[in-house]
Write a protein that binds this ligand. Structure first.
Ligand code: CMC
Length: 447
């Protein structure tokens, strides 16, 4: 089956059969290549050969800039129009009317759940929040100030050893158990990782609280602690916004590791590793650093001038996106949420600098002509900081809800008969065949 262009085709994949004629100017031969859903199969190019013993034509596409690696029915993005939908539902409606766990079930199952299905899901997730006591010992082996994202990565991977049956990845029921466990346990592991890094005692899950309320109390409870409903709802919305984003770097990692048949704990550990990088899950931390460096509103014009004159070296962090060439719909929702959160926490003093930056940038032709608009990270760090999360927790706060997307994409991959172990080709440019030379006969190399 040809790879689908989920980012270009709204709604169910349509089988549009047309073709592409390719003339190979090396041989003069012409080939008819079928076009389906706006794509050609890369394997159809293999027949194009200069001579019978030629390997055949391949495409060269570093960073998969123009290669669809799967057909997906989970998330739709139209980057030019600023549209994001999970299973067809606009992100704005889900953020306004739904809860994170309901959205998680929607993403995983494809349908908005009935009351009975939702209650069942809620019960399962709520009753899997505890982790084995050995996990605490495992975490205590980390350095006293270990970065919580490193601890999270390792503990999620370690769960593989607690649930050996998870290796039966082709059994839907076994998979369902691991999905419940991972979504239920990741807030517990995240909070434990944070508290270890702070030298604080662990707080156990409270099954009477909501998913986000429970996470907040596991993070911040010292003595009596009351979950603030505004902050709880804000976190719920932020989790909804981060739940999936189709074939991004960490999701590709999840699919790629999972394609070897690895269990979901190992695959999710790989995905967390990908998310850890500053180009993916670390951008909102960079936004905070940038705002602190600017320091005050009156210094914004000078900073914008620096960005414009730097030839791409100084970047306005939290602006621009590989896919969105219009306002990131998530950024708009987060901006509204920031106002609400600040009514409880007090206004983050960096907000004024951020608003001024946005105002000036959105009037400037440099940013407009390059289609650079605020992305999801521009305001999220300000909210997390105001809520009391240290910057080291920002990528962890991304990983908790993205677990849903990773798992949904992993299951979709396993059920897709077209998928095999991920194994890209390469263009070899190294040395040709040569004979081994003993060490004492090798020429001295100039440094
Ligand atoms: N500030 C100033 N100029 C920029 C920026 C920016 N944030 N982003 C892109 N440009 C310029 C860039 O210099 C280039 O200009 P020119 O055409 O004159 O050479 C042009 O815009 C195109 O840039 P690009 O690097 O080719 O664009 P890209 O699609 O490869 O990069 C990006 C996308 C997100 C890496 C980039 O916009 C960026 O570095 N943004 C800042 C970091 C950031 O906020 N990242 C979070 C992304 S959202 C979270 C997630 O999904 O993981």
């Amino acid at each position: 089956m040809a790879p689908g262009t989920a980012t270009m085709t709204a709604g169910p994949a349509r089988a549009v059969r047309t073709s592409l004629s390719i003339t190979d100017n090396r041989t003069g031969r012409t080939y008819e290549i079928p076009v389906e859903d706006g794509t050609i199969r890369a394997m159809d190019l293999r027949q194009i050969k200069e001579s019978p013993d030629d390997f055949g034509l391949m495409t060269y596409d570093p960073a998969f800039m123009n290669t669809a690696s799967c057909r997906s029915r989970i998330t739709f993005i139209d980057g030019d129009k600023g549209i994001l939908r999970y299973r067809g539902y606009p992100i704005e409606q889900l953020a306004r009317h739904s809860s994170y766990l309901e959205v998680a079930l929607l993403i995983l199952s494809g349908q908005l759940p009935t009351r009975a299905a939702y209650d069942d899901w809620l019960f399962n997730v709520t009753h899997h929040t505890l982790v084995h006591e050995n996990i605490k010992e495992f975490i205590s082996g980390f350095r006293y100030d270990a970065h919580p994202m490193g601890t999270l990565l390792a503990t999620v991977g370690a769960l593989s050893t607690f649930y050996p049956e998870s290796k039966q990845v082709h059994d839907p029921l076994v998979r369902h158990h691991q999905v419940c466990r991972l979504i239920a346990k990741i807030p517990t592991l995240a909070a434990f990782a944070y508290r270890h890094s702070m030298g604080l005692p662990y707080v156990h899950p409270d099954n009477d609280l909501s998913y986000c309320g429970n996470f907040l109390q596991m993070m911040f409870k010292i003595g009596a602690y009351q979950v603030n409903p505004v902050l709880e709802r804000a976190l719920e919305v932020l989790f909804i916004l981060h739940a999936d984003h189709e074939q991004n770097c960490s999701t590709s990692a999840m699919r790629s590791v999972g394609s070897s048949g690895a269990d979901p704990y190992c695959a999710a550990a790989g995905a967390i590793g990908a998310l850890y990088g500053p180009l993916h899950g670390g951008a909102n931390e960079a936004v905070l650093r940038m705002l602190r460096e600017i320091g005050s509103k009156d210094r914004v014009p000078a900073f914008v001038k620096d960005v414009k004159e730097s030839g791409g070296e100084v970047r306005l962090m939290g602006f621009g996106h590989r896919v969105y060439k219009n306002y990131d719909p998530r950024a708009r929702i987060i901006k509204e949420m920031a106002d609400l959160v600040f009514t409880v926490t007090g206004r983050n003093p960096l907000l004024d600098i951020a608003l001024e930056l946005e105002r000036i940038a959105l009037e400037d032709d440099y940013f407009l002509s390059r289609k650079l608009y605020p992305n999801v990270d521009f305001y999220s760090g300000l909210i997390y900081q105001a809520m009391g999360f240290p910057v080291e927790m920002f990528p962890v706060l991304f990983a908790i809800p993205r677990m849903t997307g990773w798992l949904a994409q992993w299951e979709e991959m396993l059920e897709d008969a077209d998928q095999k172990i991920a194994r890209p080709r390469q263009v070899y440019l190294g040395a040709g065949a040569r004979d081994f030379v003993p060490m004492d006969r090798r020429p001295v190399q100039e440094k």
